[in-house]
Design a protein around this ligand. Sequence first.
Ligand code: ADP
Ligand code: MG
Length: 292
Amino acid sequence: SIMPATLSAISNGARQGILFKGGVHVENLSNTHAIAFDKTGTLTNGKPIVTDFIPSSIDEEDYLLSIISAIENESNHPLAQAIVNFCRERSSALSAHEVTDMQNYSGSGVQAKIDNKIWKIGKATFVGEVAAHQFNNGVAKKLADQSKTLVFIANEDEIVAVIALKDSIREDSKKAINLLKKSGIHTVMITGDNEATAKSIAAEAGVDQFIANCLPEDKVTHIKELRTKFGHVTMIGDGINDAPALATANVGIAMGAGTDVALETADIVLMKNDLSKIARAIHISKRMNKIV
Ligand code: ADP
Ligand code: MG
């Protein structure tokens, strides 16, 4: 049977938008020594906006926009939605294409066929890192240094365009992280995004450490390593790609706006996507353990 102190902690949490899925998680959370944050949708708002579109040839612009929007329309990645919106705004004459052989590479990008030609849309390592760095006199580095996420478009021969997207950092991220650091908790950002973009966002958020270029399975590996180093690790995320890491951490926390898989896998859900609730949740947990 559930103890009165546990019940009181769970209902106290619920009133503040912190959903503990069981007493054991309230008990567990206060032991945490390190917290790992996903970037997109967790530390950031997860609503990226296209800031730059750089095609290798201006003459091809309309054609490329029609190809990109046709393919990204088949993807449900947050970047894909932003890219489709941009294509529709930028070009009034998007021709329709039949997209076949659509393949999703979680954490990397998408590949599809149009008129029997293969197109790839995704991160540098997905389309060819060397070519991506050289594209348009190395414009990628400049964009990434501005905290922008990069998406390259390549056909079978070469990279034909780069799109940069900017996602704003959540208003409460900085404060929430500062609060956790003050209470002696090590903070880490884990992301699938590239090194330069990750570095820039990590600095804005103020985390102690960041790990970039992670595929979903890499996030799991890093959580395991953090567990070895810190003993007790909490992971917080929102995406399908975070679910394995949420399950691997001692405590998994999902953002309320997250995908179903993240919400189901997590031990705790922050109903209002408010990161300052992490410190609140730890406080509730510590108080309950004191009473018990
Ligand atoms: P995060 O860990 O920050 O949530 P993801 O692992 O989902 O990011 O994606 C990592 C990178 O893969 C993105 O920054 C992007 O460059 C690329 N990517 C993934 N899916 C897509 C897509 N549908 N369209 C374009 N790029 C994509
Ligand atoms: Mg995310």
